[in-house]
Design a protein around this ligand. Structure first.
Ligand code: CP
Ligand code: NVA
Length: 313
């Protein structure tokens, strides 16, 4: 059953019903339309403040949340983890308790997902996941919006993810696609399959939505008869020590012209960005006619504005 999104944490898409997720996408569509009709500021969050804690770098998440809060009449504070007393040992819980007295919500990007859960447990205000090692729900909800915008529907489409199927993007795609009823085919090297607990959640969602979930150790198998090819970096932030081995394992999973030729000619290519051009995706593909990555990046703004409005209004 759907409950209001007001005051809820947003740590994973798994915590939300399909109706709730659709309510965010529908509001995002309205806000985007109004933005393009000239309404740059829609003050739904006048006087509200979002604290944004970053343990790792960010371009899209940082800027789209900052600009989003501004366009909703509120403001956002960029807080680098290393500039807070967190670096000197103040606990996450105490930080959460104090921030709860100053601001209306926290968005945090952390290494360990458990840190987000601890933050959310101690905070009396909503906590939004701006990326953890396990999930990136804001990205994938926004990606669902982009696919819906391009195709006019989600249920029954097929998304092929090629690359590291054990990372945050792959995990949130599994949850997002299986909630919205997209079929998902993953092509990843052996040993880089999704975490069992995430796959289990997705398979359970699929029983309700009708999604089909398939995992291959071949990129070609994964991209046959598909609507979307999605890829991400081979080395996520925090995995730098594994770079050498990953650079040996992942090259056959590059999204390049030869791979695109195995997919339908109108396949859409997505990447959450930042991209390592020449590694997981070639210039020719990311800059080519099938790529929708810039629209994909833009939609973070509109979808997160809807999310913030529904959580904080
Ligand atoms: N896709 C994404 O979250 O980008 P940033 O790491 O730049 O925020
Ligand atoms: N998997 C990537 C996603 C970046 C948005 C990372 O965690 O670095």
């Amino acid at each position: 059953m759907s409950k209001s999104l007001r005051n809820r944490d947003f740590l994973t898409l798994q915590d939300f019903t399909l109706d709730e997720l659709w309510s965010i996408l529908r509001l995002a569509r309205d806000l985007k339309l109004r933005f393009y009709s000239g309404e740059r500021i829609i003050p739904l969050l006048r006087g509200k403040t979002l604290a944004m804690i970053f343990q790792k770098p960010s371009t899209r998440t940082r800027i789209s949340f900052s600009v989003g809060m501004y366009q909703l009449g509120g403001r956002a504070l960029y807080l680098n983890w290393n500039d807070l007393q967190l670096r000197r040992g103040e606990t996450i819980e105490d930080t959460a308790r104090v921030l709860s007295r100053y601001v209306d919500a926290i968005m945090a990007r952390v290494y360990a997902h458990k840190d987000l859960e601890d933050l959310a447990a101690a905070a009396t205000i909503p906590v939004i996941n701006g990326l953890s090692d396990l999930f990136h729900p804001c990205q994938i909800l926004s990606d669902m919006f982009t696919i819906w915008e391009k195709k006019g529907r989600l249920k029954g489409l097929t998304l092929s993810y090629v690359g590291d199927a054990a990372n945050n993007i792959a995990h949130s795609l599994l949850i997002g696609c299986s909630k919205f009823g997209l079929n998902i085919k993953m092509g990843c090297p052996k040993g880089y399959e999704p975490k069992k607990k995430v796959l289990k959640m997705a398979l359970k969602n699929a029983e309700v939505s009708g999604s089909k979930i398939e995992i291959f150790n071949s990129p070609v198998e994964a991209v046959k008869d598909t609507d979307v090819i999605y890829t991400d970096v081979w080395v996520s932030a925090g995995q730098e020590a594994e770079t050498e081995i990953r650079m040996k394992v992942f090259p056959p999973f590059q999204v390049n012209r030869a791979l695109l030729e195995k997919a339908p000619s109108d396949v859409m290519v997505m990447h959450c960005l930042p991209a390592k051009r020449g590694l997981e995706i070639t210039d020719e593909v990311i800059d080519g006619p099938n790529s929708i990555v810039w629209d994909q990046a833009e939609n973070r703004l509109h979808v997160q504005k809807a999310l913030l409005a529904l959580i904080l209004q």
